[in-house]
Design a protein around this ligand. Structure first.
Ligand code: AGP
Length: 610
């Protein structure tokens, strides 16, 4: 899950490529490099660590060249080092490549190439591409890249340049992202749109196995045999400002504060005049919805937690059984699914390898496949029968926040829609929920505008150096607690467990000692009293309890150490509010510990490898 940028045009491209990399830094930041063709030869620069280190040596590279490739890395094969940084070149120094993803048969290819005398300078899987292109080149980089592609197994995006053809970049993808940006007298290739959003909003999304040949004045696509392929040009509706911090200290804090807008945008045109739910792009008829006997939600990480909230809504409202599956397990478990099953893949990036594979598995078993994703043109939109977009806008912070909230919203809307279609909720009942949903963006906006962040920061200072945390919930607040725990783990690196509170006495309560911090999601619900007994249990073991509660619940103040009040709403909708103080708590614990919140160690925003 690296970031690739390519440019060909009239302008000196060193800084254009670097700016593009900066926009993709969330995809990987353990090493980086740039290669530019000028005066018939390559200029190459590598650095280890995040892009600050590459920026520090950028002036060692002549600015002149107008065609080049750049790469920011998330290591899979070979430690972060200058040797393993991309671009890689071949033995002759005439070809340079960058690659995102994994070449699964690289060991066999490497051995065969070495047997033919090729010398490798890195430990990466990716370097084989440079040597395969070198071996196949007969004057056409396009054909050489196509040949290399035929020999490489796995899922990857590879872009190549050649000093023998100094006016062309050739790119190709297999189940990992590649997008072409169309400019005036210049063109771009990239792993994701933000790399060129400041320059152009016109983009083409090549399919797997299509060879993209990019020149200053043209972009052509061909199949592996060299036959031309037509692809529609799409216009990206994100504004460039989306890729900036807009005055916030980090992208994560900005994105937490963008959640009211993200919810409002995701809700737009999805509640009709009469309060009914409208889901364009669903790809399911009312008849087929009535025939669904089972729903399987496949997802990873934060998206998995959004899927869990969806389970409660779909089962409670639409009375259809729902299994929520960790995609990396589901894909190898030989699950029992069939044509009467709907598979819902929740994935903000739309590129997560495990989730995509789970979608394909469900499809092969005859299930209908629905994607809930945030990215137009992503692979998930190609694998699904229907797509419901979360409209959170670009999310750059590696720790997902606004995309989680909009995923939860879409899952709730899906629950209401299915419930009415399957006759389990009346229009009047649906309207009462949709009316309340319409309030949520405003309630959340007021909550954030009313100094919520400052209050949470104050409390977090007192907890930032704890050795571990526990997050508890019951019913719908269990996935909220799980999401709060994941945020703490991801950005503060403090071990945090989340449990269904009723499970504590069956073991985890043994972890508690005097002063152990326990976060409890205690918003109003029909199991509130049960949760309060669990609060008493942990208090009795000396725990310090921080509760997330519904506004006006003054009594709780007496029973816990700190309370984060959130606006009151229906318990089924409460996850849309209750998770926000947990996002902020994780943020400020990490910040007070001095951690790099936007680029947590060992993580990347989009996980395109399994
Ligand atoms: C969440 O903060 C993480 N970035 C990670 O768990 C993420 O949710 C997971 O990798 C799934 O990503 P997706 O939604 O793009 O499929």
């Amino acid at each position: 899950m690296c970031g690739i940028v390519g440019y060909v045009g009239d302008r000196p491209c060193r800084d254009i490529l670097f700016r593009g990399l900066r926009k993709l830094e969330y995809r990987g930041y353990d090493s980086a490099g740039i290669s530019i063709i000028s005066d018939g030869r390559f200029e190459l620069l590598h650095s280890v660590g995040n892009l600050d280190n590459l920026e520090a040596i950028l002036d060692q590279m002549a600015e002149a060249g107008t065609l080049g490739l750049a790469h920011t890395r998330w290591a899979t094969h070979g430690r972060p080092s200058n040797e393993n940084a991309h671009p890689h070149t071949d033995c002759t120094g005439r070809f340079a490549i960058v690659l995102n993803g994994i070449v699964e048969n690289y060991l066999a290819l490497r051995a065969a190439l070495q047997a033919e005398g090729h010398e490798f300078t890195s430990d990466t899987d990716a370097e084989v591409a440079a040597h395969l292109i070198e071996r196949a080149f007969r004057g056409s980089l396009q054909e050489a890249v196509a040949e290399a592609y035929r020999q490489m197994e796995g899922h990857f995006t590879c872009c190549a340049i050649a000093v023998d053809e100094p006016d062309v970049i050739v790119g190709i993808r297999k189940e990992t992202p590649l997008v072409v940006g169309l400019g005036e007298g210049e063109n771009y290739l990239a792993s994701a749109i933000p790399a060129f959003l400041a320059e152009t909003r016109s983009a083409i999304f090549p399919e797997d196995g299509e060879v993209v040949v990019v020149r200053r004045e043209s972009v052509r696509l061909y199949d592996l045999e060299g036959l031309p392929v037509d692809r529609e040009v799409q216009t990206i509706d994100w504004d460039e400002e989306a890729a900036e911090k807009s005055g916030y200290e980090t992208f994560m804090l900005k994105e937490i504060h963008e959640q009211p807008t993200a919810l409002a945008d995701t809700l737009a045109e999805r509640i009709g005049q009469d309060g009914e739910v409208v889901l364009d792009g669903l790809g399911l008829t009312p008849e087929s919805i009535k025939e669904i006997r089972q729903i399987i939600v496949v997802a990873c990480g934060t998206s998995y937690h959004a899927g869990l909230v969806g389970k409660y809504a779909l089962e409670r409202w639409a009375r259809v059984p729902v299994e929520v599956e960790v995609a990396s397990e589901f894909r190898y478990r030989d699950p029992v699914i069939g044509p009467d099953c709907l598979c819902i893949a929740v994935t903000q990036s739309g590129e997560t390898a495990d989730t995509l594979a789970a979608m394909r598995l469900a499809r092969q078993a005859g299930a209908r496949v629905l994607a809930v994703t945030n990215i137009v043109g992503s692979q998930a939109t190609r694998e699904a029968d229907g797509v419901l977009f979360t409209r959170a806008g670009l999310e750059i912070g590696v720790a997902a926040t606004k995309t989680f909230l909009t995923q939860v919203l879409v899952m709730l809307l899906l629950g209401l829609y299915f419930a009415e279609v399957r006759g389990h909720l009346t229009r009047k009942q649906v309207r009462s929920y949709s009316d309340e949903l319409r309030n949520i963006p405003r309630l959340l906006g007021d909550y954030l505008a009313d100094g919520a962040a400052e209050h949470v920061d104050e409390v977090a200072r007192d907890y930032a150096f704890n050795r571990f945390f526990m997050c508890l919930g019951r019913n719908l607040s269990v996935p909220v607690a799980m999401e709060g725990a994941l945020k703490l783990k991801e950005i503060s690196y403090i071990p945090t467990d989340a449990y269904a509170a009723g499970e504590m006495k069956h073991g985890p309560i043994a972890l508690l000692e005097e002063g152990s911090p326990v976060l409890v999601v205690a918003t109003d619900s029909f199991v509130y009293d049960k949760l309060i007994s669990n609060v008493q249990e942990v208090r009795a073991r000396g725990a310090r309890v921080i509760a997330v509660a519904s506004e006006g619940n003054e009594a709780l103040k007496e029973m816990v150490d700190e309370v984060f009040y959130v606006p009151r709403t229906d318990e089924m909708l409460a996850p849309l509010l209750a998770v926000v103080p947990l996002q902020l708590f994780a943020y400020y614990v990490a910040k007070n510990k001095g951690e790099k919140v936007d680029q947590p160690r060992n993580l990347a925003k989009t996980v395109t490898v399994e």
